[in-house]
Design a protein around this ligand. Structure first.
Ligand SMILES: *Cc1c(COP(=O)(O)O)cnc(C)c1O
Length: 389
């Protein structure tokens, strides 16, 4: 018996493969510095946990409407207005089991078999595989380090074909840390609209942004852009709620309705009591977000300083999210060989860039303690110095 063709086209997540190897070494008692994680290291803030615990205690344990509880969709619509200058009615907001699920639903609701989806690389691992699961084809645009790993209008223009259906933009970006400015987005959007493309705007790292850079929501640009854009966001990164599995999208009504139908026949509603926690996350004080941002910024500075002072390594300074993408191509190894050797010899876990469509780099997450960063970077420096000998 063989799995279906579509299932065979999907690669297992490389980020998880390195993670299992690091965990196995840890279990053997090895002192591993983990830079592999794609999630904040801090716990979910107490007031959010309390709201969910209370909902459980009160018996809020049944199915909810498939697209989420009205209270949460209302809170999200208000957040999108006040933070992002976006006018969505609650019925245009669909809450799903994580922003990953929202992206997948958005692609399923818009792309037909044979359609091409334009994805700038380095990209978040799941976009390409989600596109393939929908029967569509990823079209990868390699961006350049000297452009801060941001796709230029010329690069976008050159990638458009009669089959193009959608372009995925992720700002602040994983794994690049790139943040597009309003003007840069306007230039890309102009080209996308000329060809009537959908724009999937993944804004999950919106709150994790440094040096006074400003996050700009694409759909707020004009009515025409709004009609072509699906805005995705969630709770995992801003509120450290990765395990809760809650995210959302907001879209023109016809798309929102299609997403609701898809979801109603696949997962039904996101977890009932988790949604009550999300309401608290949006409605209560945002101090937890500001505090987290302060500690990420410190860690970013420590890691960036360490990487850019390592011989043979170059690195674009990330303006958002919590990843760094050092270029290790001067060592003459593939990113997978480099990461495997780094883990075995220096006990530092990182993710090979090939997972993100870029074999010249590896990804370090700095969502970990300052001590872990200092120890890990010092080992990395020694490791690179040994390679250069
Ligand atoms: C983490 C992440 C997501 C999804 O997070 P969920 O936990 O599914 O909400 C989406 N996009 C990017 C780029 C991410 O890094």
């Amino acid at each position: 018996m063989e799995p279906a063709n579509i299932a065979r086209k999907i690669s297992p997540s490389l980020t998880l493969a390195i993670d299992s190897k690091a965990k196995a070494l840890k279990a053997e008692g090895k002192d591993i510095c983990g830079f592999g994680a794609g999630e904040p290291d801090i716990d979910t803030p107490d007031h959010i946990k309390l709201a969910a615990a209370q909902a459980l205690a009160e018996g809020f344990t049944k199915y909810t409407p498939s697209s989420g509880i009205p209270e949460l969709r209302q809170a999200i619509a208000e957040k999108l207005k006040s933070d992002n200058n976006l006018d969505y009615k609650p019925n245009q907001v669909i809450v799903s089991c994580g922003a990953k699920h929202s992206c997948y639903n958005a692609i399923l609701a818009t792309c037909n078999p044979g359609d091409e989806v334009i994805i700038p690389a380095p990209y978040w691992v799941s976009y390409t595989e989600m596109v393939k699961l929908a029967g569509a084809e990823p079209y990868i645009v390699k961006t350049k380090a000297e452009n801060g790993y941001k796709m230029t209008p010329e690069e976008l223009q050159a990638s458009i074909s009669p089959s193009s259906k959608m372009v995925i933009l992720n700002t602040p970006g994983n794994p690049t840390g790139s943040v597009y400015t309003e003007n840069e987005l306007a230039a890309l959007v102009e080209i996308a609209l000329e060809d009537d493309l959908f724009i999937l705007s993944d804004e999950i790292y919106e709150k994790i942004i440094y040096d006074g850079a400003k996050h700009f929501s694409i759909a707020s640009m004009s009515k025409q852009v709004y009609d072509h854009t699906i805005t995705v966001n969630g709770f995992s990164k801003s509120y450290s709620m990765t395990g809760w599995r809650l995210g959302y999208l907001a879209a023109p009504e016809s798309i929102a309705r299609a997403v609701d139908s898809i979801q109603s026949h696949s997962t039904s509603n996101p977890t009932s009591f988790a949604q009550k926690g999300a309401v608290a996350a949006l409605r209560d004080s945002q101090d937890c977000v500001t505090d987290m941002l302060k500690s990420f910024e410190k860690r970013r500075n420590i890691m960036y300083e360490g990487l850019t002072s390592t011989a043979g390594v170059t690195c674009v300074k990330p303006m958002g999210a919590f990843y760094m993408l050092p270029d290790i191509s001067s060592f003459g190894m593939t990113s997978s060989q480099f990461c495997e050797t780094l883990l075995e010899q220096a006990l530092v876990a990182a993710v090979p860039g090939i997972a993100f469509g870029d074999d010249r780099t590896i990804r370090f997450s700095y969502a970990c303690s300052n001590e872990n960063i200092e120890k890990g970077i010092s080992r990395f420096k020694d490791f690179c110095a040994r390679l250069k000998k």
